[in-house]
Design a protein around this ligand. Structure first.
Ligand code: GUN
Ligand code: FE
Length: 451
């Protein structure tokens, strides 16, 4: 796990200084790939070394800001799987299993994103909400609509969120007939989406190739998308093995493939830049294929429970050395908070322990790691974010466990590990008093932040 003591940091070019004995100072330095100044971590040192550090790194001790006893910094949260386009109905429509849920609720709503005004309203809300919830990095599904998907990229950039944005590809859909593209449209629009988004040169927002999932795609489309990702060295995201009915459907639709995982593998969609959501029903052999290809999984426990899809055995995934992060999977998951995902991940693990007392229950430290460094690894962004390491960007939450009007009552002073545990189990956005992405303070929103 990430060292709990690495919590007191320099932010916004000032130094923030925590409890004397436990404090660690992090200096920041700028890199400037364009107009936006990105700040990365320049040094990490103990508070008692502040005199030496201030000389080496040339800052004034008066620039240090001291955190209160019940405050700490932690690495930003990473949401490895969220449907921005489903945010309007988050918290409703959880009364059906996956395939019926898609046809009844999801496809009709997603088809509305042809309307850019609607898209703007929903995407602005979801980016702001996730930032307030501490999501410094989000891996988004948009819809099949290229212009609305580009708008999502623009909004994430404007608010300063690190994001992978996917224009959804699907050339099969028999339920909501107008909500699909032809194979050729899919290919052309995906290429247009990628080139237009890359041309914007947003420093923190990148495209991700996004076949919705095997049942929505012909083999020909999957093959084209695999080639597009390879030729442009891009990220890939999709869904896999979420519920049993879906696994059976994939067997029927792709009878030549040994397994669901082999369908994606056949079309070169499993790479070290691939993240697949769910994977609740993967076999040991399939997990081995994930490890061999370097593909990762996004664990979305709220969704898995809400849609009665299954319970992912995270311990088994970790034993197979498959990289794993957490996802909200809004709106299959009803919460747009990775704090919620951590709690559901712990609860899911405890359910497995109830069923089998031999099961090695996840700890809150492990789940914290999945929500931060694990997520950044699952998205192959761990060279830039995920923890406080020299050279990484400064993506961080400033947490006040005893924020006035907040959900946590502290009866006495507590050690840092207890403060973190309380925040993870009891905290919410009232405790997240500041959010930084690449050193830029993105929460609270400033007047200059676009509405
Ligand atoms: N599988 C294919 N599409 C979706 C989706 O939108 N949500 C979830 N949870 N699973 C899917
Ligand atoms: Fe999903």
């Amino acid at each position: 796990m990430h060292d709990l003591e690495d919590r007191y940091v320099n932010a916004d070019a000032e130094l923030i200084f925590g409890q004397v004995e436990l404090c660690v100072l992090l200096g920041l330095r700028g890199q400037n790939p364009g107009a936006l100044l990105l700040l990365e971590i320049a040094f990490i040192g103990k508070g008692k070394e502040q005199d030496r550090l201030s000389q080496t790194f040339e800052f004034n001790l008066s620039e240090i800001t001291q955190l209160a006893q019940h405050e700490f910094f932690m690495p930003g949260l990473v949401d490895t799987h969220i449907h921005a386009s489903q945010y309007s109905y988050a918290g409703t429509a959880l009364d059906m299993p996956l395939l019926q849920w898609l046809n009844t609720y999801t496809f009709p709503v997603e088809s509305r994103f042809k309307d850019l005004e609607f898209a703007n309203r929903v995407y602005t809300k979801v980016v702001k909400r996730t930032l307030r919830n501490g999501t410094t990095t989000a891996c988004y599904f948009a819809t099949i609509h290229t212009d609305a998907s580009l708008l999502l990229g623009q909004i994430a950039n404007d608010f300063g969120q690190r994001a992978l944005v996917g224009k959804v590809c699907m050339d099969r859909n028999n339920s909501v007939k107008h909500y699909k593209e032809t194979n050729q449209e899919c290919q052309e629009e995906t290429c247009r989406f990628i080139s237009e988004l890359l041309n914007k040169k947003y420093p923190l927002v990148k495209p991700v190739v996004t076949p919705r999932f095997a049942p929505s795609c012909t083999g020909a489309l999957l093959e084209q998308l695999g080639a597009i990702a390879k030729n442009n060295n891009l990220h890939i995201q999709s869904h896999i093995s979420e519920n049993v009915e879906e696994v059976k459907l994939v067997k029927e639709m792709f009878p030549e493939s040994e397994s669901y995982t082999h369908v994606y593998h056949k079309y070169n969609l499993l790479t070290d830049k691939t993240v697949m959501a769910h994977g609740c029903h993967l076999s040991d052999e399939e997990l081995d294929l994930f490890r061999q290809t370097g593909a990762s999984l996004s664990h979305c426990p709220n969704s898995n429970i809400s849609l009665c899809s299954g319970v992912l055995n995270v311990r088994k995934v970790l034993k197979h050395k498959v990289r794993l992060g957490l996802g909200t999977d809004v709106a299959g998951g009803y919460s747009a908070s990775i704090l919620d995902a951590m709690r559901r991940a712990l609860e899911s693990s405890k359910v497995l322990t109830i069923q089998d007392p031999e099961h090695d229950t996840l700890t809150f430290e492990e789940v914290f790691r999945l929500a931060t460094l694990g997520g950044s690894q699952a998205l192959s962004l761990d060279d830039q974010t995920g923890n406080f390491e020299v050279g990484k960007d400064f993506d961080a939450l400033r947490v006040n466990v005893a924020a006035p009007g907040g959900p946590i009552d502290l009866i006495q002073s507590e050690e840092p590990k207890i403060l973190l545990e309380k925040f993870l189990n009891l905290g919410d956005d009232r405790n997240i008093v500041q959010v930084f992405v690449a050193g830029r303070k993105v929460v609270p929103f400033t007047d200059a932040t676009p509405e």
